[in-house]
Every structure is written in C-alpha cells, then in structure tokens.
Write a protein that binds this ligand. Structure first.
Ligand code: NAD
Length: 494
C-alpha cells in the first residue's frame, strides 16, 4: 500500500528530509501506513531559528488579529472534522465516536484561544503612590515547544499551540512518532487559516530531537504530555537549561463505589471510564475501589458489560465498541502485567486476553478485562497499565478507599459513585488527586479549566488549559508611571 506522507513544517515549508524513519502503524490491521522521519539536530535548529525570527512580527500583531486566525482555524477544523476523525482512528485506533469526542475537546481549546483579547487583560491601579499609576501587561515569552503523546493525536497538541500562539508566542510541535499524521493535518489547516511563516512549525522524531529542543538556548518554554519518566526528564532538563516547563505525566485513577451507588449508572460509567479509548487515557478509571457491599452489587453486571464489549477495527464504516491498542509491543506489555497480577494472586473475572478479530487478524487487540482481588503490593496496583483493564480492590469503608488512593505515586484523577452528599463531600476534600468526579467517571477538565494533575502526574507550576496556561505562555511586566508638572496625586481636584 502507498505510505502517507509525513513531512516536517519549518518556516512555512513542508519537506521530508532523507533521514532515518520509524514506521507508523494502523493498529486496527497491523499494517505500516507511513514512515515518520526521525529528524535530527539540524531540523531542530532550523525550526527554532524560524520560530525565533518570526517572533517579533507575531508578538506585535494585535491580539484581535491573532484571534481572527483562530476563528478561521476553528471553522476549518469543523469543516474537516470527518477527515480528522478518520485520520485519528486510522493511526491511533480510536473508534470514530471516541475520535469525534477528543477532537471536540481540542476544538474547545481553539475556541478558548479565540477569546485572547480579554484573556490578556492586565490589572491597573491609579495613584498607587501620589501621582504614580501602576499597570500589569501580559507579554508572550518567545519560542515555545510542545511535545505530545500517542494517545490523543489531536486533542493534546490542541491543548497547547492555539493558546500559546494566541498569546503571541511562536511554536514548535513535536508530535508522537506513533501518530504524526493527525499533527500534519492540523498543521496544514493552520497554514490555511493564515498563520504566518515560521510562527508554527512541526518537527518529528524521538529522544535526540526532544533533547535538542530542551537544550536550545532560544527555546523559552516547554509543554509536555506523556509518561512519568519522560515528563520528569523533560522537566529536569528543561528547567536546568533555564526554560519554563509544564510536564504532564502518567496516572492511575481510582473510582470509589459506595454501597448506596446506583448500580446501573455506576456500571455504565465504570465500563466507559475503564474501557473507553481501550483504556489508553491518562484519566482512565483503571481501579475500582468497592466499599463494603458495593462489590457484590456491581460486579455481576460489570462483568457482563465487559464481556459484551465488541472489539474490532476502527478504520471502516462498521464501528466496534472498542478498538485496538497502539502497538503489538504495548499489547504484550499489558498481557505481561496481567500475567504478573495473576501470579501474585489476583483473579481475572472477565478475560479479554484471547479476543480474536476475524476480519483484522493482525491488529493489536485486547478485550475488556476485569481483575478482582487486586492488593496494594501487586504490580497491577502500582503500575499504570494503559490498556482495557479494570482492577477491583475491595475496601472496608470510605476512609480505607481514600487512604488507598492516597498511596499512589500519581495524582491525576479520582471519582466517587454514591448517593450520599456527605460521602461525596468528604471524598472530594480528602482524596489525593487534582481532578475529582462525583458520579462522573472521567472528570477530565474542559478548555476553560486547568488540567490539574498532582504529584507524579505533573511536574511544574502552571498547568495546561485555562487561565493557568495563559500565565504559563505569558510573562508579566509591571509598569509604574509618573508624569511631572502640576500637583501629583489629586489631579481630579483641578
Ligand atoms: P511517552 O512518554 O512515551 O512519549 C511522549 C512524548 O515523549 C513523545 O512525543 C515521544 O516521542 C517523546 N519521548 C519518548 N521517549 C523519550 C525520551 N526517552 N526522551 C525524550 N522524549 C521522549 O508517552 P506515550 O506512550 O506517547 O503516551 C502515553 C503516556 O502519556 C501515558 O503514561 C499517559 O498517562 C500519559 N498521558 C498523560 C496525560 C496527562 O495529561 N497527564 C495525557 C495524555 C497521556
């Protein structure tokens, strides 16, 4: 089959350099559909120089004019919605419905960026001392970089560059080498929207490219989303080289089910939280902490729900309930974690390991799997699985559940299913996680709220999205002004 082109975008030019490349798979079929150029230091230098040269012109473009580019971009993303969905499904394996949902979330970030003129408002205070006025202004920082993971090929890049650019920065996107095609398409649409040359650039590759970006003296800010070890490396290396860094890491999210929870709604939400996007979500509800009688109430229906999930290819008209995982290696890693769990005494009560997909036998499939009796000391309880696996840990009471969630090194999301306002209030206040749901299984925040991971789920000070991200992508200047002549401090009396 013909491979899809996967060019770099530097200074307004699309080019595919003749350098080593890594295969991009269609996980539904196991076929190689493109080759992602594993760019090098030369490409990084060219992109940073282009972004640096374009910065003054873009910085000085009035915010209303920058916003207009994003109004246009919004329209183009909407017009190309189906193409974007198909591209995400093809290179990532999300179902069309999941791809649509994720691109909507990205679109909301473009919409948020369209409000940049008001988001950039500063503060001012007249007569801060006699005859002296004071104001803050919010200025862009310069060349910004975004390094993104495989699991949301459109949404996560869209968390970053629309707002960074709307703030007046220039940007270099380094998408995951596993899903570069959606990023290329998003870049083509931004070019059509009228982004000036050099303001937005795309480079591809792995560690050498990332390290060249992290250490380049002209890069001022780095946004990263990916696994915890790499997030830590990005934060340590970037800050050591004088850059501001926001680095989102991995996660392990707990869903507490109280004995009074609505069985039908809880099962439906748990299944979606655990198995949606084949579990490849940093906000996946990957562990159910059942309190007291909750386990006996929900497990029979949960097992039925898991077994009913139809797994299959997402690159054709007839859609399954759940698609494949990203690579064969990733599937094997999840299988390894399940084997370790069983060896350590956990019990697989819905087993998706031997799922067969007749019309796509080489795809990277795993069925929905539920593991009961997971204990705190097991590998399954500690490591992020990032597959369609729901662990069940049985707790005596709410205190024990909150304590269990607090033991995790991560701190991304947590949720409770209950009919008790008292239990919900206690949980939301005490649980150790940055995003908390009450009868909401995946409390991932929308564009106007920050994506507030804690602990090993986030390194940095200011999170992605919302006002925190505006602060991250701007630097404040405070201007104190005094004009001589006349009496100071009481001009209104004249
Ligand atoms: P990853 O860490 O392997 O890769 C992320 C990015 O880092 C990619 O662009 C990759 O090319 C680059 N990279 C990989 N290895 C590198 C290295 N050694 N040095 C420098 N750069 C390197 O993550 P992934 O597998 O693509 O994505 C899945 C992970 O992302 C999961 O852990 C998931 O929880 C996490 N994630 C977190 C959030 C969040 O907001 N907290 C959101 C989405 C995904």
């Amino acid at each position: 089959m013909t491979l899809t082109a996967c060019p770099l975008f530097i200074n307004g030019e699309w080019a595919t350099p003749k350098i080593a490349a890594t295969p991009v798979y269609n996980p539904s079929t196991g076929e190689v559909i493109a080759e992602c150029p594993a760019g090098g230091v030369d490409e990084v230098n060219a992109a940073v120089e282009a972004a640096h040269a374009a910065f003054p012109g873009w910085r000085d473009t009035p915010p209303v004019e920058r916003a207009r580019v994003f109004f246009k971009y919004r329209q183009l993303v909407e017009q190309n919605f189906d193409l974007l969905c198909r591209t995400v499904s093809r290179e990532h394996g999300k179902t069309h419905a999941e791809a649509r949902g994720s691109i909507f979330r990205g679109l909301e970030n473009i919409e948020y960026a369209c409000g940049i003129p008001t988001l950039l408002f500063g503060d001012s205070l007249k007569n801060i001392a006699r005859g002296v006025d004071c104001e803050t202004i919010n200025l862009p920082v310069g060349v910004c970089v975004g390094i993104t993971p495989f699991n949301f090929p459109a949404m996560v890049p869209l968390w970053m560059y629309p707002l960074a650019l709307a703030c007046g920065n220039t940007f270099i996107l380094k998408p995951s080498e596993k899903v570069p095609l959606t990023a290329v398409l998003l870049g083509q649409l931004l070019e059509q929207a009228g982004i000036p040359k050099g303001v937005f650039n795309i480079v591809h590759g792995g560690r050498p490219v990332v390290d060249a970006l992290l250490t380049h003296p002209k890069v001022r800010a780095i946004s990263f989303v990916g696994s915890t070890p790499i997030a830590k490396h990005i934060w340590e290396t970037g800050t050591k080289h004088g850059k501001r860094v926001q680095a989102n890491g991995g996660a392990k999210n707990y869903i507490v089910v109280m004995p009074d929870a609505d069985v039908g709604k809880t099962v439906e939400n748990l299944a979606t939280a655990a198995f949606g996007c084949a579990g490849e979500r940093c906000m996946a509800g990957s562990t159910a902490l059942t309190v007291g009688a909750a386990a006996e109430r929900i497990l029979p229906d949960l097992v039925k729900a898991a077994k009913a999930i139809r797994v299959g290819p997402t690159d054709r008209a007839a859609q399954p309930d759940m698609g494949p995982v990203i690579t064969a290696a990733h599937r094997d890693r999840v299988l390894g974690l399940l084997a370790a769990g069983e060896k350590e005494g956990a019990k697989v009560i819905a087993d998706g390991r031997s799922v067969k997909v007749a019309d796509a036998p080489k795809g990277f499939y795993l069925g929905a799997t539920v593991v009961d009796g997971v204990q705190d000391n097991m590998t399954l309880a500690r490591e992020e699985v990032f597959g369609p696996v729901l662990n069940v840990m049985r707790m005596d009471d709410l205190d024990a559940a909150i304590e269990q969630a607090g033991k995790s090194a991560f701190g991304n999301g947590a949720a409770i299913f209950t009919n008790s306002g008292r239990a919900a209030r206690e949980f939301t206040m005490r649980v150790k996680a940055g995003m908390v749901g009450v009868n909401v299984g995946v409390p991932a925040t929308m564009a106007m709220f920050p994506f507030t991971g804690w602990d090993d789920s986030f390194y940095g000070d200011l999170h992605l999205q919302g006002k925190e991200a505006v602060q991250f992508y701007t630097q404040q200047k405070v201007i104190s002004t005094r004009w001589f002549g006349g009496d100071v401090g009481d001009v209104w009396k004249k």
